[in-house]
Write a protein that binds this ligand. Sequence first.
Ligand SMILES: [Zn+2]
Length: 131
Amino acid sequence: MELDARCPCGTGLGYGDCCGPLHSATASAPTAERLMRSRYSAFSVGDVFYLLRSWHPATRSRSLELDDDTRWLWLEIVRTEAGGERDEEGVVEFRAKYRVDAPGGRSSGVQHEVSRFSRVDGAWVYVDGVA
Ligand SMILES: [Zn+2]
């Protein structure tokens, strides 16, 4: 993704000033919400490596395949609980709108999830989520 294009996560910032540096590991997320946003963006740009790297080793999938037909349209952070710069754990509730352009037709939906995050060696990681 172009660094000056708007970041998919919806902050209004350019990708290079938002989730780009997290994806390229030149910065780390200070809060759980920041990590959540960067994971949404990673789904959007298809960065499987980042999605696995930012996933807790205890709950991480061995592999992850993204569906090429799915387009992520927007992200809304509904609520956060802890997950701050001095916290070790956090919760982020979000809604993410998507569209699927499959050969058989188009559909869309909203993924509504409450995700849990914690720190591993100081870095925020995704633990699990309840849809
Ligand atoms: Zn972003």
